[in-house]
Design a binder for this molecule. Structure first.
Ligand code: KG4
Ligand code: ZN
Length: 349
């Protein structure tokens, strides 16, 4: 029989679904530490190489866990449970985190919590005072709230009825928003991951300079593959006329691409808010780090009377703090995983 602690709930959480190895410690839902080790090894390949990611996780996991424990001032005997990202993600990467978490839970004889990565992105909005824990006791969203989750692998609109009951009401039929950023960046000759670079160049550019099409997809679903093709043909045509077209117009091209991705996302979110009547809206996932999206989301919220919530920057891209907060709610609900639980590359909710 595992030990269920009676005092404060202290969770060690591990995230290893893609190319970030991260460990966070939470106590009673407050994040004490959140250490993230990135993997520069993929840059030269223009995308994440799964086998190299697994190997880098193996090298990073012990130092990252050690650093998170030290920063939190936490000792092993204070831990109430071990949490890990179970799905979705790269299977080799998930296996490193899940095996480590299982071994630690077994050695300490404490419960194990298996967390869904996309649920965790949404619940990053429930990390208290995430913008500035001291000066900003910002309110948390009330249930039910809507969340636009935009990452490298997923684009979803979710109704969050409670921390453990989420309903996907719209998603992408092809590429994710992050892929739209990264693939556009690749066409422009920018290195991977291109999203943050498009963001950077877009700040200097004119978003109305070039016009890219908005796909007409019924309901609350998204599609980004048509946009990618339109950008490809546009660049081919312009480069045929002037081989230096991209170099000369990089900021305006980036601003125009980013502007279109943002309008596709926010038009669907507006529709979701209209159809559900929900007024508390959140964004989450790596693309929610985009400065243009953050600003446009806030402005849209102001004009439509929404309360808008955005996780602190460090909780937008992959991190273990979001795994810890989700695990905290699972712990309170007694939703523990057996040691036989296995990682899964794809998983429906
Ligand atoms: O959530 P995340 O860290 O990993 C996944 O779960 O996929 O998201 C990664 C994605 C990448 O596509 C990356 O280019 C994008 O988030 N991203 C951004 C920005 N920062 C990260 N996209 C646009 N602007 C940014 N500032
Ligand atoms: Zn993610």
């Amino acid at each position: 029989m595992q030990k269920i602690s009676e005092g404060p709930v202290t969770i060690l959480a591990i995230e290893s679904s893609c190319d970030e190895t991260s460990c966070a410690i939470s106590r009673d839902g407050v994040i004490l530490s959140n250490i993230i080790a990135g993997q520069a090894v993929h840059e030269q390949y223009g995308g994440v190489v799964p086998e190299l990611a697994s190997r880098a996780h193996m090298q990073n996991i012990v130092p990252v866990v050690d650093a998170a424990m030290k920063k939190a001032g936490c000792t092993m005997d204070q831990l109430s449970a071990i949490a890990f990202t179970q799905s979705p993600g790269l299977i080799g990467s998930l296996l490193v985190g899940s095996q480590f978490a299982k071994s630690l839970a077994m050695a300490l004889d404490i419960p194990l919590l298996a967390v869904h990565h996309m649920q965790a992105h949404v619940l990053a909005n429930l990390i208290p005072g995430s913008a500035n824990p001291v000066a900003d006791p910002a309110p948390l969203p009330s249930f039910p709230f809507l969340c636009l989750t935009v990452s490298g692998g997923h684009t979803q609109i979710v109704v969050c009825h409670s921390p453990l009951r989420l309903e996907v009401i719209g998603e992408t039929l092809d590429d994710a928003a992050g892929e739209a950023f990264d693939k556009s960046a690749k066409l422009l000759g920018l290195p991977y991951p291109g999203g943050p670079l498009i963001d950077k160049h877009a700040k200097e550019g004119d978003a109305s300079r070039f016009s890219f099409p908005e796909p007409q997809i019924p309901g609350l679903n998204f599609s980004f593959s048509g946009l990618k093709t339109a950008i490809l043909y546009f660049l081919q045509e312009q480069r045929a006329k002037d081989p230096e077209f991209v170099e000369k117009n990089l900021s305006d091209i980036c601003a125009s691409i980013q502007g279109r991705i943002i309008s596709i996302l926010l038009n669907k979110l507006k529709k979701a808010a209209r159809t559900t009547g929900i007024k508390d809206l959140c964004i989450a996932g790596g693309v929610s780090a985009n400065s243009g999206l953050r600003q446009a989301f806030r402005e849209t919220g102001e004009s439509l009377g929404w309360r808008t919530f955005i996780p602190a920057f460090q909780y937008c891209t992959d991190n273990a703090a979001m795994i810890a907060i989700t695990a905290h709610y699972k712990y309170l609900a007694g939703d523990f995983a057996p040691l036989s639980v296995s990682a899964s590359a794809r998983a429906e909710w």
